[in-house]
Design a protein around this ligand. Structure first.
Ligand code: PLP
Ligand code: COI
Length: 331
């Protein structure tokens, strides 16, 4: 199977903001946009994006998962980056229109259609280092995908890094610059200790990895950092916490220090996992800190992690009742 995110449908849907108004969304060839080399996004990173998925059910129906949450988060990211505001209903319709046009390309489970709404500042002005782009493009790319982590649900190795992933006020913005600032630490972690990902823990505060949230599962309790502006408010995180509460688990959204994490991880039966649209819920088997390796619980995918992942997938794939109203029927 092709690497995650490298296959695109031949068309996407786009709306442009010029002269204070949005154009009627149109379907265009995916590789058809042109940008001025002085476009704001190319210099000052006025870019934000979303990642959500559409799923094929056994009866052939196609459904998106928690689309309104992603649309709302893109609107919030756009606002925090001072990009032009857009009508959330317009973006929702763009998503539904392009997914329904490519419904036949939505893979069977365990695959899905990854949906990438993207908003970029396009004004040609290299002088606007400290001023917003007054022109932008909002488009929705589609990419049929399988597993994000090449090893499937193989437990991951995480290097705990003392630095932040990004500037503390930017964590809740899903913006390209945050991924750029995390890249070197992740590359170094791969090369030096064969880590799969970096778990960013500035000042000993366990935050998130480069592309997913971090959850610690200790018996009946699930522990994860309480929401603040320093990290991305994952929609999968919220969904998993909801499913955990549904199962009678105690959900503790609070600060988690590296010391507490390492102490708890050593106990037999402890589990850790990464949550994200691409990651779904991927078990973590090893934490690496201060030159030492710490096995999480028994080092293999834990029963609770597997059960929560299955519960989420069952809703997404239409095999369990959608009690929380998370699915939107596309066609
Ligand atoms: N944190 C970061 C930095 C991410 O890139 C993602 C992926 O989208 C997440 C967390 C998880 O967010 P979500 O569950 O909404 O996909
Ligand atoms: C997602 O889970 O949707 C992400 O954004 C992760 C990614 C950067 C592929």
């Amino acid at each position: 199977m092709a690497a995650f995110g490298t296959v695109f449908t031949p068309e996407m849907i786009i709306s442009r903001f010029n002269n204070n108004s949005w154009s009627t969304p149109e379907i265009v060839a995916t590789d058809s946009i042109s940008l001025h080399p002085g476009a704001h996004v190319l210099h000052y990173s006025s870019t934000c994006f979303e990642g959500l998925k559409a799923f094929r059910h056994a009866d052939g129906g196609i459904y998106t998962f928690r689309m309104e949450k992603n649309v709302a988060r893109l609107a919030q990211s756009s606002q925090l980056l001072a990009l032009p505001g857009f009508d959330k209903a317009m973006l929702s319709k763009m998503i539904l229109d392009i997914v329904s046009r490519y419904a036949a390309d939505v893979p069977q489970p365990p695959g899905s259609m990854y949906i990438r709404p993207t908003h970029i500042g396009t004004e040609a002005s290299i002088g606007k280092a400290a001023a917003p782009s007054l022109e932008s493009m909002l488009y929705v790319l589609l990419s049929p995908v399988g597993d994000y982590f090449a090893g499937g649900a193989k437990p991951l190795r995480l290097l705990l890094e003392d630095n932040a992933r990004c500037a503390p006020h930017m964590g809740m913005v899903k913006s390209g610059g945050n991924y750029a600032s995390a890249l070197q630490p992740i590359m170094k972690a791969r090369a030096s200790v064969q880590a799969d990902q970096v778990l960013f823990c500035p000042n000993g505060d366990v935050q998130e990895t480069g592309a997913a949230n971090f959850l610690l599962i200790d018996g009946n309790e699930i522990i994860t950092k309480a929401l603040d502006s320093s990290f991305l408010h994952g929609i999968t995180r919220d969904s998993i916490l909801t499913l955990a509460r549904d199962r009678g688990m105690t959900v503790s959204e609070r600060e988690l220090t590296v010391d507490e994490l390492l102490e708890r991880a050593a106990k037999p039966g402890t589990e850790a996992a990464l949550s994200g649209t691409a990651a779904v819920l991927t078990p973590v088997g090893t934490l690496i800190h201060g030159g030492k390796e710490y096995q999480v619980g028994s080092g293999v995918a834990g029963a609770t992690t597997n059960a929560l992942r299955q519960a989420l997938n069952d809703i997404q794939w239409g095999k369990a009742e959608d009690k929380h109203g998370w699915l939107t029927k596309v066609c």
